[in-house]
Design a protein around this ligand. Structure first.
Ligand code: ATP
Ligand code: MG
Length: 322
């Protein structure tokens, strides 16, 4: 089942006589039980799309179903089935984490005893005991983000939206959030998150959409995205003095798996599909051709390479500019 499906979703803002086309026709399908990511630079339209899907912002055009309900006509039904953790979180700083959680439960219609019990459960589960009864304004960034996630899942939603769950956190806190997201997914929750971190998109998401300038540039699994764009890169170190490079090039050039061959300072660089499968064959052929190999490395293109190919800009650069 599709947890989210959108067709031509758009959002245009009008501010002080200016028009901003924040989201320009997004077609999207998020499956039940997956971790789906939106990867893109600042201003790409990630938050705007997410806020529309979470019923917090009215779309200008297009249509969408979320948890099987029509976003416009059945917004109330959508709302009870989703959790939303905004980019800046939503905790009340002058209350404790526990108080925030209990209040959230009450907002979603839980009884007092049920909310207290559920809050205690989440405090244990997210290792928040040491700080749960302190005021939120004393929390570190990582502690705050853990509370934000707990707030988002207090009412056991089917679908959880996380807007940049780990931005600004230290590596340890990021890993904690990732572990929690994976656990929620293992328990059957669908997760939709935004990020501008490639490692997060790559390591955490089952599938992702690369968003740029209000549009989806491509959508697939991280591996498929990387393979679709570039294949794998095999660097071979050869003896560069005795003609081995020429013999290696001759032996490899006609092979069906080869996309591109470039001489390098120390040997040759090959662009191939599915490097790990063809590597043994390459080694055999070079051995036969009398071009012994000194070093071999197999590298995968990164999502940074993918973003660059799709948009003509580096993800890091475009994030810095905005
Ligand atoms: N309320 C608003 N009024 C006018 N323009 C807006 C409004 N909200 C967002 N925008 C504009 O819409 C575009 C998309 O913004 P959005 O917040 O969706 O981007 P984002 O991908 O979440 O970026 P970031 O990575 O910085 O969070 C930006 O150009 C932004 O300035
Ligand atoms: Mg945003």
């Amino acid at each position: 089942m599709a947890m989210i499906e959108t067709h031509g979703l758009t959002k245009t803002f009008r501010a002080r006589g200016k028009t901003v086309e924040a989201v320009r026709g997004v077609d999207l399908m998020v499956r039940d039980g997956e971790i789906f990511g939106f990867l893109g630079p600042n201003g790409a339209g990630k938050t705007t799309t997410m806020r529309m899907l979470a019923t917090l912002l009215e779309p200008t055009g297009g249509k969408a179903t979320v948890c099987g309900y029509d976003l416009r006509r059945e917004a109330g039904k959508v709302r009870t089935r989703i959790g939303y953790v905004g980019q800046n979180g939503g905790a009340e700083p002058l209350e404790t984490g526990r108080e925030n959680l209990i209040l959230q439960g009450r907002v979603y219609g839980m009884g007092k005893a049920g909310a207290v019990k559920r809050a205690a459960e989440l405090i244990t589960r997210l290792d928040m005991e040491p700080f749960a009864d302190r005021l939120v304004r004393t929390y570190s960034g990582g502690q705050r983000r853990r509370l934000d996630v707990a707030l988002g899942i207090m009412h056991r939603p089917h679908l959880l939206f996380l807007d940049e769950p780990t931005t600004g956190l230290d590596p340890q806190s990021r890993v904690r959030i990732w572990d929690e997201v994976r656990r929620l997914c293992a328990d059957g929750m669908t997760i939709f998150l935004t990020t501008h971190y490639m490692d997060e998109a790559d390591g955490l998401c089952n599938r992702l959409a690369i968003m740029d300038n209000g549009k989806i540039a491509s959508e697939d699994t991280p591996n498929a995205l990387k393979q679709q764009i570039a294949g794998d890169i095999i660097s071979l170190g050869l003896d560069t003095h005795n003609g081995a490079v020429a013999r290696a090039s001759d032996a490899l050039r006609e092979q069906p798996y080869l996309r591109e061959l470039q001489p390098t300072e120390h040997g040759v660089q090959l662009y191939v599909d599915r490097g790990e499968e063809v590597l043994p064959e390459i080694l055999r052929q070079l051995d036969q051709a009398g071009a012994p190999i000194r070093t071999v490395t197999l590298a995968r293109p990164t999502l940074e390479d993918v973003f660059l190919r799709l948009t003509g800009r580096s993800l890091r650069e475009s994030a810095d500019i905005a």
